[in-house]
Design a protein around this ligand. Structure first.
Ligand code: CP3
Length: 343
């Protein structure tokens, strides 16, 4: 069996100290990240510069000794590879050309036509699998079809995913075809990441919480189940983490329904509740409130201990409930890690 702690937890082992990594661990709260991003020019240039993307992936590993590194890239590179225009407005976030009708959908490329565009991402993975310390696990990722579709339909991030819900409810055929294309393209994209050296795959469904009832089953559960079963057929034993963010009661049974080895939890659910209702089915990841990385102090220590305590009787990977924010203090990250590791 591998001695990598993340892989052991994903196989269901209960470890005395949970392994730890952090969503957005390579990011703007780190001065060394900001320096490398400036060297690359902008965020997207950094994503497509394999050497510099590998460098920023390694920075938090060197500084903090996390147990996993996550490939530095973005969930919106896949729509770009499919032919959508993508750019980032400073201080505002992503902008894309929109898909709102059958013509827009038809103009996109096929699931097998993405690899030239994404070749630099696969190269980043290859560099990382050579350069990471041997105890560090390399995580590859993609956005879940629903979350990626919300950006492609609206052309930007939205509070309530209104445009995507509208297309879903008024032109089901076009919406479903977009979800299917993203599902199949994600399989090809993730499969190449695994071939390049990714040891674990994580699927980010950041807006899963806005899908209710049958929509949650059709557009959060089913696409994840399809991606996971095909990846595992191609790469036997590959561990997969699913993150249906803000799914609330939808977290219950999500691992069983999708075949995920681990469910990542946001901080809107209590760790005690998740231990009883989600961790009973296997490994969970999470779920400290990222605000503690800004505020620090005794409250951080207490909340960190509470998460560790709540999940100590089952397999657990310590993480935040969402990405660390640019205003976070790196010293608070060090304090969190020290607290988890019991120093
Ligand atoms: O976690 C990691 O460190 C790995 C790399 C990673 C990034 N984005 C880098 C990034 C991952 C896994 C993502 C996922 C991602 N991207 C999600 C899903 C997870 C989540 O946060 O809910 C989403 C919705 C996106 C789309 C996206 N990318 C948005 C909405 C934004 C703007 C918001 C923001 O934080 O600025 C981005 C930009 C982005 N992606 C940054 C980073 C480090 C900041 C860009 C910068 O340096 O200016």
């Amino acid at each position: 069996m591998s001695d990598k702690t993340i892989l052991r937890a994903l196989k269901g082992e209960v470890l005395p100290t949970p392994p730890i990594w952090m969503m957005r661990q390579a990011g703007r709260y780190l001065p060394e990240y900001r320096a490398t991003r400036a060297q690359a020019g902008d965020f997207l240039s950094l994503c497509y510069n394999s050497d510099l993307a590998a460098e920023v992936t390694l920075q938090p590993i060197r500084r903090f000794g996390f147990d996993a590194a996550i490939l530095f890239a973005d969930i919106l590179l896949l729509p770009q590879a499919l032919g959508a225009e993508l750019w980032f407005e400073t201080g505002e976030g992503p902008r894309l050309s929109t898909i709102t009708d059958p013509e827009g959908l038809r103009a996109l490329k096929g699931r097998d036509d993405i690899h030239d565009h994404l070749a630099p991402i696969y190269e980043t993975v290859r560099i990382l699998s050579r350069e990471l310390p041997r105890e560090t696990t390399l995580i590859g990722f993609a956005g879940a079809p629903w979350t990626v579709a919300t950006y492609m339909i609206a052309g930007r991030g939205t509070k309530d995913q209104g445009p995507a819900h509208l297309l879903k409810d008024t032109d089901r055929a076009t919406f479903s075809a977009l979800i299917d294309l993203l599902t199949e393209a994600s399989i090809e994209y993730l499969s190449k990441q695994v071939e390049a050296g990714a040891e674990v795959i994580k699927i980010f469904d950041s807006w899963a919480g806005s899908l209710k009832g049958a929509d949650f089953e059709d557009f959060a559960v089913k696409p994840a189940a399809r991606i996971i079963s095909e990846l595992k057929a191609r790469h036997p034993g590959l561990p997969v983490i699913a993150f249906p963010r803000e799914a609330g009661p939808g977290y219950v049974g999500f691992a069983k329904k999708t075949g995920a080895d681990c469910v990542a939890l946001d901080n809107s659910v209590s760790a005690q509740w998740a231990a009883a209702n989600v961790q009973k089915d296997g490994c969970v990841q999470g779920n400290l409130d990222p605000r503690h990385m800004v505020t620090g102090g005794e409250a951080l220590i207490e909340a960190t201990r509470e998460v560790v305590r709540a999940f100590r009787n089952g397999p657990h990977i310590f993480n935040l409930g969402h990405g660390i924010t640019p205003d976070a203090d790196p010293d608070n990250v060090a304090l969190m890690i020290e607290t988890v590791r019991g120093a």
